[in-house]
Write a protein that binds this ligand. Structure first.
Ligand code: F0G
Length: 351
């Protein structure tokens, strides 16, 4: 069996990458679609987790970054820029390094996970902490990309969405058809847009007999789409989706409405509970923001919005290792023992 070669090579015919372009790839995509037996039992559904934290930089952003950076490099860009709650900056930094481009990133000061900050820095990005929100950072990045020779690689760049749609292809390829429902966290709303594009495309090609209902979930303190108004000061412990004015707002509503889906909000408490459930019961370590998909599934199943027996895919968008503080919080501090089997056995409750 041929090894996975990255989404550009695997799905060339479906991406805006032409023969003259050299793919900038870290062999992203090809991520596991893991059955979730405990969540299935709890919801009465057939639940799968699309584990996007296993991409090269630990999030789904790599799918869009391989395409965006490939196109930017082919067009002669010397530098790229993005605003980020962390994962986009980690991914942009890595793919820019791979392409030999300069990478500039703007992040909201004090509001991104330490692992993501480390990733951007270790890959050599020029990182600015902005005294403002993600939305402020995006506005700045857009301005700079207009006024200076630097290509914008946020998901407002259509090449990003094109790359990210391949996750939907992989799910249909793995299941043999589209699921009934697809649950996603929603932040800047690029990913729900991308998945819907991918599912529609496969349906149009006759590679799927149906399209899923798209279920998007925002954090309740950062839920502009649900509350129908931009949020000036979004608040949530799920920093990845702490966004008050999503760039792909209208496209997310289209995905919701065309698919017969919904966009709802989940509380930080529900997000944290889902985070722990995913790790404890399904042995998948996702990051906090990722868990909004499962938090939403549990809430929707509990109040009867998901028909029993539905086949449901939840995307776990990023890797829990990026933000270990949340794993440690609420966990008991480890006991220290001497180099002694009896003490170890006693401490472990084996004796
Ligand atoms: N989950 C994670 C882990 C994310 O990092 C993001 C977005 C989302 C979900 C939401 O996806 O924005 O397409 O609706 N992170 C962006 C970033 C904003 O800068 O890394 P979305």
């Amino acid at each position: 069996r041929a090894p996975w070669r990255g989404i550009i090579t695997e799905y060339t015919d479906r991406l805006p990458i032409t023969a003259g372009m050299t793919p900038v790839t870290l062999q992203e995509g090809g991520t596991p679609l893991v059955p979730a037996p405990v969540l299935s039992a709890r919801t009465g559904c057939d639940v799968y987790l699309k584990v996007e934290g296993l991409n090269p930089t630990g999030s789904f952003k790599d799918r869009g970054m391989t395409t965006a950076i490939t196109v930017a490099a082919a067009q002669g860009a010397q530098a790229v820029i993005c605003a980020s709650t962390g994962n986009t900056s980690a991914s942009a930094a890595a793919y820019a390094a791979r392409a030999g481009l300069t990478c500039a990133v703007l992040v909201p000061k004090g509001k991104i996970a330490i692992g993501k900050l480390a990733q951007a820095l270790v890959h050599g990005a020029k990182l600015l902490q902005v005294d403002g929100s993600f939305d402020d950072c995006l506005e700045l990045a857009r301005k700079l990309s207009v006024d200076y020779p630097v290509a914008l690689v946020n998901s407002v760049n259509p090449d990003r969405i094109q790359g990210q749609k391949t996750a939907a292809f992989e799910i249909v390829d793995a299941l043999g058809d589209a699921p009934d429902i697809h649950c996603l966290p929603v932040g800047n709303a690029g990913n729900i847009t991308a998945y819907w594009m991918g599912y529609q495309e496969y349906f149009g090609l006759g590679l799927a007999t149906r399209k899923p209902r798209m279920f998007g979930f925002q954090a309740s303190g950062a839920a502009p789409i649900v509350d129908r108004a931009p949020v000036a000061h979004p608040q949530t412990i799920a920093t990845a989706i702490r966004i008050g004015n999503p760039a792909s707002w209208t496209l997310a509503e289209q995905a919701r409405d065309e698919s017969g889906g919904l966009i709802d909000k989940v509380t930080d408490r529900e997000i944290l509970a889902a985070y722990r459930t995913i790790a404890r019961d399904e042995a998948v370590f996702g990051e906090l923001g990722s868990s909004a998909s499962v938090a939403g599934l549990l809430a929707a199943a509990a109040d009867g919005r998901i028909p029993a027996g539905s086949r449901v895919v939840c995307t776990i968008t990023g890797n829990g290792l990026k933000d270990p503080d949340w794993a440690l919080s609420g966990a008991p501090a480890p006991t220290t023992v001497p180099v002694d089997a009896e003490s170890a056995a006693a401490a472990l409750g084996l004796a």
